[in-house]
Write a protein that binds this ligand. Structure first.
Ligand SMILES: Cc1cc2nc3c(=O)[nH]c(=O)nc-3n(C[C@H](O)[C@H](O)[C@H](O)COP(=O)(O)OP(=O)(O)OC[C@H]3O[C@@H](n4cnc5c(N)ncnc54)[C@H](O)[C@@H]3O)c2cc1C
Length: 415
């Protein structure tokens, strides 16, 4: 029977980063996915390593915004009505976690992870020879109205206190950085310390290649075959059954497919999101990701073209795609930047795995023995993958973790 110290289930950016960190610490590790590494949610994001993140997206406090969402007039959120009933407990918990004191608490609890995010990617990318996929020009948030810009003042004050680098710009100064942007906005904030990944799939593949160099094993297999074969865990792979003393669930939005079978229930919902690539018109270029705040989309320059990503859709993970948000934001996107022809015939659909308190679960499950969890990275899985990999590897090998892992423990859902 083939056996390793650890099996990591899911080869997205989170699982891959964990596998590399464990292998670097001398453990024998198998990384298992049912498809190619990095081809899940980690493929289609906006590519921003957002070390600058302070507050998570919150349930709207403002009735006008709530009404816009209810009437499907907000570009930020779409929903399948029947699904809202199904996830009502999750929405109630999300609402509770959106009260201002809870948002401040989340900001404080998540800060150690975000503060390490860029440095951990830089270190992993350098080690993997993948530095070319990281663009160190930060990202821009654009504000079309004075009102929207004024609303960001508290965040900027907090960023200054925490020494999170940013520069506020007027339209012309922002256009000096990005001349192809049309002057349809009034203000911008340049988060200069963030890093943009120009090809998230290639980056994950480079991390997988580094894992293989370190002696890591890569298998095709179905995580739903995970079961106890005492005293080990066993997974059926295309190369036969594989055993390990410890197993890490890093299955992103599919985590419950494996965990439900083990009787481990987590309050995990998905916020679906879409992207589509476009060619630029003529010589127009973009050198960093740009968020059009009031219109709720990102333009991200990628190896495949200009990637337009959407906000949040509350819908069942596997329901048919309903990319209405893309349709709604495209006129604003075309107004801001001259998009040419779409690259693909259909938009890409992904699902952000989210807990209601916007914190991931990183750590040991109280039961069954040897089960570890690294799921629920929500809007920041690309950002937090390498920091998560380091943290869980430190926990699993008995080293001193670089930050207190308690805020990310699964035990919080029992309280
Ligand atoms: C539109 C959009 C934009 C985003 N933008 C950003 C951004 O700019 N910055 C950022 O930090 N984050 C962003 N995110 C979030 C980020 O992409 C996710 O948080 C992250 O990719 C999650 O990574 P993961 O490794 O946990 O999951 P995944 O990448 O989904 O990996 C899970 C893996 O598990 C595998 N799997 C599933 N089921 C099984 C099974 N039964 N057996 C075996 N393997 C299985 C899948 O094939 C997959 O490879 C965005 C997300 C979306 C949708």
């Amino acid at each position: 029977m083939a056996r390793t110290d650890v099996i990591v289930l899911g080869a997205g950016i989170v699982g891959t980063s964990i596998a590399v960190h464990l292998a670097k610490r001398g453990l024998s590790v198998a990384l298992i996915d049912r498809s190619g590494p990095g081809e899940g949610t980690s493929y289609g994001n906006a590519g921003i390593v957002e070390g600058n993140t302070l507050f998570p997206p919150a349930f709207p406090a403002d009735w006008t915004e709530l009404l816009r969402i209810a009437l499907k007039r907000s570009p930020a959120v779409n929903y399948h009505a029947a699904h809202l009933l199904r996830i009502a407990p999750w929405l109630a918990a999300f609402y509770a976690a959106s009260r201002p004191p809870r948002l401040i608490e989340t900001m404080q609890l998540m800060r150690p992870l975000f503060a390490h995010a860029v440095a951990e990617h830089e270190a992993l990318a350098a080690d993997a020879g993948a530095g070319r996929y990281l663009s160190r020009r930060g990202w821009l948030k654009l504000y079309r109205t004075d009102k929207a810009f004024a609303a960001v003042a508290p965040e900027l004050e907090l960023a200054a206190r925490l020494h999170i680098a940013n520069v506020t710009l007027d339209c012309e100064a922002a256009r000096a950085l990005e001349p192809a942007l049309t002057p349809v906005f009034r203000h911008a904030v340049h988060w200069t310390g963030a890093v943009a990944v120009t090809d998230p799939l290639a980056l994950t593949r480079a991390y997988v290649a580094r894992f293989a160099d370190l002696g890591g094993l890569i298998f095709t297999g179905d995580a739903r075959t995970l079961h106890r074969a005492n005293p080990y865990w066993r997974v059926d792979t295309a190369a036969g059954p594989l055993d390990a003393g410890d197993v890490v669930i890093a299955l992103g939005p599919w985590a419950s497919d494996a965990l439900d079978r083990l009787g481990v229930k987590l309050p995990l919902a998905v916020k679906r999101g879409y992207h589509r690539h476009f060619r630029a018109q003529g010589n127009a270029t973009l050198s960093r990701p740009v968020l059009d705040v009031e219109n709720g989309y990102v333009l991200a320059p990628m190896a495949q073209g200009i990637r337009v990503t959407t906000g949040v859709e509350f819908a069942p993970r596997d329901a048919v795609p309903t990319p209405v948000q893309l349709k709604h934001v495209l006129p604003a996107a075309r107004e801001l930047f001259e998009l040419g022809e779409p690259v693909e015939t259909e938009p890409w659909l992904g699902a952000r795995p989210c807990f209601p308190d916007s914190r991931p679960v990183i750590g040991r499950s109280p039961r069954p023995r040897g089960l570890w969890l690294a799921v629920g990275h929500a809007h920041w899985g690309l950002t937090l993958g390498p920091a998560t990999g380091r943290l869980i590897a430190e926990m699993m090998t008995g080293a001193t973790p670089f930050c207190d892992p308690k805020p990310y423990g699964v035990e919080r859902f029992r309280a």
